[in-house]
Ligand binder design. Structure first.
Ligand code: ASP
Length: 310
């Protein structure tokens, strides 16, 4: 069967002038994932490589581009999951390069599912992971600029910081893929919500919330992590897919979330073992890109839903 990879660069809103760089970033990442799919024919390789490319780009809220907590710390969440429903994640890890690879280590090499905080970083150090140099943390720079803009409005400065952070959530990254043997996989990585409490872990590290996969279907979510957890959004898609088409499953799950939590809350991408791909969001935009066998170049878009079969 045809191999395929679909990635997203976060639900939310991004200024128009930043679209060209995001589109380039998505293109590069989906191609990196697709190359891994070609050379290794393994969906987990593909999703990890695509997400690692977005983490390194500094363009998205993940890896080098991670945003910061209320305490000014970088705390990353990442997870991977495969067609055997194997799961591995890290939560609240301070600045390390490619947290998605650490999540893969947790899945494949450790007896655990989720490792958090400083011990996750210690594990990364023991495994030889490097840090992103502080001066390269583009997320930190963006937040500094934002703080400079809001600091003259003291009323909104503290109490409303998290609320305003929630409004400008965006740019988490994720990927789903299927290889030639119909094996699906998913990966996700984020710096979390801007001005989250120190120690807050979001949906991206939580099984069934920001990520879910089984032998038939894989899904990842982006948006306000608390709402995605409340509604177990990714689990819903994968579970509904047992009884209905991918498109129907995706619509039903997103419909549930939107009724329960409102518009402007989330987006998802999903794939099944039969080569169906889907993406949908209730936010202003969600950058996404896909590449499949037979295509000459990736298809990239910033707005709107889509359901295709390869
Ligand atoms: N879902 C992520 C979180 O809440 C944020 C995002 O998708 O942009 O940590």
């Amino acid at each position: 069967m045809k191999r395929a990879i679909l990635i997203h660069g976060g639900a939310g809103r991004v200024k128009k002038e930043l679209w060209p760089s995001r589109i380039e970033g998505l293109k590069e990442a989906v191609l990196r994932g697709y190359e891994a799919l070609l050379s290794k024919d393994d969906s987990i390789e593909a999703v990890v490589e695509a997400v690692a490319a977005m983490e390194d780009s500094g363009l998205f809220n993940a890896g080098r581009g991670s945003t910061i907590s209320f305490k000014g710390t970088v705390e990353m969440d990442a997870a991977v999951m495969d067609w055997r429903s194997r799961f591995g994640a890290v939560g609240g890890v301070p600045n390390i390069r490619n947290p998605v690879r650490l999540a893969r280590y947790v899945m494949e090499e450790s007896p655990h599912r989720l490792i958090v905080g400083l011990e996750a970083r210690n594990l990364a150090y023991r495994l030889g992971f490097k840090e992103y140099p502080i001066e390269e943390l583009t997320g930190l720079r963006r937040v500094e600029e934002y703080l400079t803009r809001v600091k003259d409005k003291p009323s909104s400065f503290y109490g409303k910081l998290f609320e305003s952070g929630k409004k400008i959530f965006t740019d988490t990254v994720g990927a789903v893929a299927v290889d030639s043997q119909g094996r699906v996989a998913a990966a996700v990585s984020t710096g979390g919500l801007l001005f989250k409490f120190g120690g807050r872990v979001g949906d991206s590290a939580i099984f069934g919330a920001g990520i879910m996969a089984n032998a038939i279907c894989a899904a990842v979510a982006t948006g306000i992590g608390e709402y995605i957890m409340d509604s177990l959004l990714s689990y819903r898609i994968v579970e509904y897919r047992r009884y209905m088409s991918l498109e129907a499953a995706c619509r039903k799950a997103m419909g549930f979330l939107t009724r329960y939590k409102g518009m402007d809350t989330a987006g998802v991408i999903c794939i099944d073992r039969f080569g169906n791909l889907g993406w949908m969001h209730n936010t202003e935009m969600m950058g996404r890109a896909y590449m499949t066998d037979g295509m000459e170049s990736p298809d990239v878009g910033m707005v709107g839903e889509g359901f295709i079969k390869v």
